[in-house]
Each structure stands twice: as structure tokens, then as C-alpha cells.
Write a protein that binds this ligand. Sequence first.
Ligand code: NAP
Length: 252
Amino acid sequence: MHILNNLTAFVTGAGSGIGKAIAHRYAAEGANVFITDIREDRLLAVADEIKQAGGKVAFQAGDLADENAVQSLIDTCRKQLGEIDILVNNAGILDNFMPAAEVSFDLWKRVMQVNIDGPFFTCHAVLPGMVERGSGIIINISSIGGLQGSRAGAAYTTSKHALIGLTKNIGFQYATKGIRCNAIAPGGVNTAITDGVQPSPFGYERLMSGIGSNIRSAEPAEIAGVALFLASPDASFVNGAVVTADGGWTAY
Ligand code: NAP
């Protein structure tokens, strides 16, 4: 018996890192997994791996910052795999650790578009169907940067705090409709998200001031395990919550 048998999951940013690990884990637990990412080449590879392992998968590339692209992704998922039972808003980008006075307006806007507009667009698109069916699960990948003040720059920190606000609002407001909405706040995870980052020296110095209390970074599979729990019936009473998965870093 697999935990997610016959459920359809829609996972964003699934071409890499945490999203890829969640897609693999959900597929292994019997879900039909729709994977999306801005990078089609990565989706092809991940879809191939899931199929090789015996999972059911479909994919389409798209930019989650574009509401029309998001609607097209949701429509394709519905056509190919059926109604969405589990939405995982995982895609996100960093902000070069820019403090408020240094972040350009363009970078600020792009971080907001990907990290908070995108999750809002997907929630807006799937919620009516979930309400109609009286069930649905939404999992938003925030960050300990969404709980603490200086784990990244101003834009990333603001966007991840906003994602927690969206999580709590949806979690409470739709609780009577059979829908659960939770967030995960990972600490450092070994992924490619920092590739190509050109940090602000001042912002980097300020954010690194707390690094001494970080025990270790996680592997993406350790976050996928939390995402599996939140999607499972074992989490039936967990709603509007933020599950911190940081190995104890913020406990200091
Ligand atoms: P990752 O390895 O960079 O994977 C994220 C994927 O999303 C990448 O393939 C990325 O493509 C894609 N993506 C970026 N913008 C997109 C857009 N507009 N539309 C569709 N796809 C897009 O990152 P990760 O570390 O797994 O991060 C996943 C989530 O966890 C993010 O929300 C991140 O903020 C959060 N998180 C990560 C850490 C960490 O330490 N890794 C810690 C806490 C929270 P590109 O490579 O082209 O950008």
C-alpha cells in the first residue's frame, strides 16, 4: 500500500533540488506526478528517471511568474493526470543576498514574482476545484528566511515571510472546505540554488554572522520526507502550520 495511491500531485521547480526530490518521493508513493520548471531539459531528465522507476509522470515547462503560463500548466495537468489533489509550490530563487539599500527594483520584482506571485497564481487556479471536491492539500516551500530576519537578502526574506502569510490565510480560511495548507521552512539544503549567485559583500557578511550555529546542511530527500508527511493522512490535523526542517539551527 502506497501512501499517495491514485492522487495527482503538481510540483513546481521539479527540475532540480528539493522539487525533484519531492517528485521522486511522491511518485514512489503511488502519486501521479505533474512536474514543472522553467528548464525543460531538466524536466525531461527527471520525468525519464521517474518513468524508469515505474512512476507515473507528465510535465510541461513554464515560468510561474506568468499567470497565463500557470493556467496553461494547470490545464495540461488536468488533461493528462486529472484533478490536482496535492499542490507543491516549491520553485524559488535567491536575491544575491542584497540588503534593502542595494537590491535593484528589477531584482526585487523578479524575486517577488517567482517566490510569492507564482504560488498565489497556482493556489488561485487550483482552489476552486479543491473546494468543489471538498478536499485538497497545498504545501508551500518557504524557508527559515521566512521566519528569521537575515538568512538571505531583503527581497528573499520578504517573499518567504509573505509565503507563510499566504499559507496561514489559506489554511484557516479553507479549513472548513476540507483543504489543508502548510509550509515547510528548510534551513540550508545541498542544491544548486546558490550556483551563479553574486553576493553583496555587505549582505553576505551580515547573513553569515549566524552561520556558526548551523549544524549541517540537509540533503533534498530530507525535505521531501517532510513534504510526504504533510501530504499524507497522518497530517490530517496539521493545517496552517510551518514545519521547520533545519537540523536545529533556529533553535539556538
Ligand atoms: P534549485 O535547485 O535551484 O531548484 C529550483 C528550480 O526551480 C530550478 O530548476 C529553477 O530553475 C526553477 N525555477 C526558478 N524560477 C522558476 C520560475 N519562474 N518558474 C519555474 N521554475 C523556476 O533550488 P532548491 O534549493 O531546490 O529550492 C527549492 C525551494 O526551496 C525554493 O523555494 C527555495 O527558496 C527553498 N529553499 C531552499 C533552501 C536551500 O538551502 N536550498 C533553503 C530553504 C528554502 P533555475 O535554476 O533556472 O532558477
